[in-house]
Structure formats: structure tokens, C-alpha cells
Design a protein around this ligand. Sequence first.
Ligand code: PGA
Length: 248
Amino acid sequence: MRKKVIAGNWKMNMLPNEAIKFIEELIPLVKNTEHEVILCVPYTDLFYALLTAQNTNIKIGAQNMHFEESGAFTGEVSGEMLKSINVEYVIIGHSERRQYYNETDETVNKKIKAAFKNELKPIVCVGETLEQREAGKTEEIITKQTELALEGLTDEQVANTIIAYEPIWAIGTGKTATKEDANNSIKAIRNKIEQIYGQKVSSRVIIQYGGSVKSTNAKELFEMSDIDGGLVGGASLKVDEFSKIVNF
Ligand code: PGA
């Protein structure tokens, strides 16, 4: 049985003092959950978040990284740097990075490899635009993104990759995919992984849904057969709301 993994994506929000307060309040609210709880926070919060969450069941992740180890890449942060302060997870290929920062399937693939090299667990985002959806291309787009993201990884690495299926039209819009739609898209992703890496691997991969997840829709989404939890943006900024999603 795969476990449910609930990850918050704070995006460019929360100052260190707010992050500390949030995590201190979250600790008692999620301490008895059997679900995995991850908070992906801005770089400037990482150190404080890691200290505050130490010895609890809350894991900390970053929201991006560079694929090179070091060098002349002004403004970038490497996997080795994240690992050096004990970060465990890193979001890779979020649609906002693909849209605003020229992230491509190729850089996503390089970043995933660099993440594993540094013992970071990648949360890899895939998803279609509204236009692609309306043209009936959802499955084609998301399975291709998945295939390219995972290219060249070992079976064990693929099994340890978390994929977040996030339809772009559902991110931050209040529109959610229906639970059936989300489940079908995730099944298509899992089938593609099975075709390439076999059933033993595909049955282990955690595939989340993301896009306007809130406490009022988390349960129906996360109880679907193939949806292994969620990547939560806006609703991860309020501690009560996020804890309800974790404890759906
Ligand atoms: P949202 O964002 O929950 O605010 O729609 C999800 C995401 O971008 O990961």
C-alpha cells in the first residue's frame, strides 16, 4: 500500500518568523497522522523550518534547485547546498517555473538526476494547460512530460520519485479537476511508468494531485484509488486549513 503524502508549497510567501510560528502551531495538529507531511518553503525559511521541525514528523523541502553542483550561476542554489543543511525534498518543474523561468523537460530531467545524486527526494510536477485539455491532449502531454522527466533514472530512483499531477488551469484558480478526471490522469501517468519501468516500479510511485486542493475537497480526491495525496499551494498558508487537509 502506498502512503498518502501531503506537501505544502508555500511559493514566495512566509518570512522566517511566520514560518517558525506556523510550524510550531502545526506540530501538535499533525503529530498523530499516518500520512507523510512535507512543507516546501522559500530558501530563506529553510534553515529555520528545519530547526523548528526537528524531531517531528514534518519534513522540509525546497521549491527548486540548480542541476550543477557549483560554479558561476549567480542567484542559484545547488542540490549539494540543500543537502548540506539536511533538506529532504525538492519540488522540480513546477508549472510556474516552466512558465516564468524557462524550465524545460530537459532541465527538469537534469535537476531530478542532480537531486538523487545529493540524496534529495524530488517532487516532480507535470500538468496540461487549459488549451491542451480542450484539444483533448491531456493524456499525451502529461505522459510525455513524465517520460522525459524520468529518462535515464534507475528503477529504484523512479520508484522514489514523487510526481505531482497539477493541471495548470486548476492552480490558484479555485477550479479543481473532478476526482474522476484527476484519478484518470494519474492512472495514465502510472500506466506510462509501468510500460517503461514495469509494474513493480509503477505500483510504488507516489503520484499526488495538485490544483486548488482545500479542506473541503481533499478527502474525496485523496480517497481515489490512484491519488496518493496532494501538493497544496494557497491552502498550505493557513495552519488550520493545512492541518485539516493533512488529516482529511
Ligand atoms: P494551489 O497551488 O493549491 O494554490 O492551486 C498548487 C500548486 O501550485 O502547487
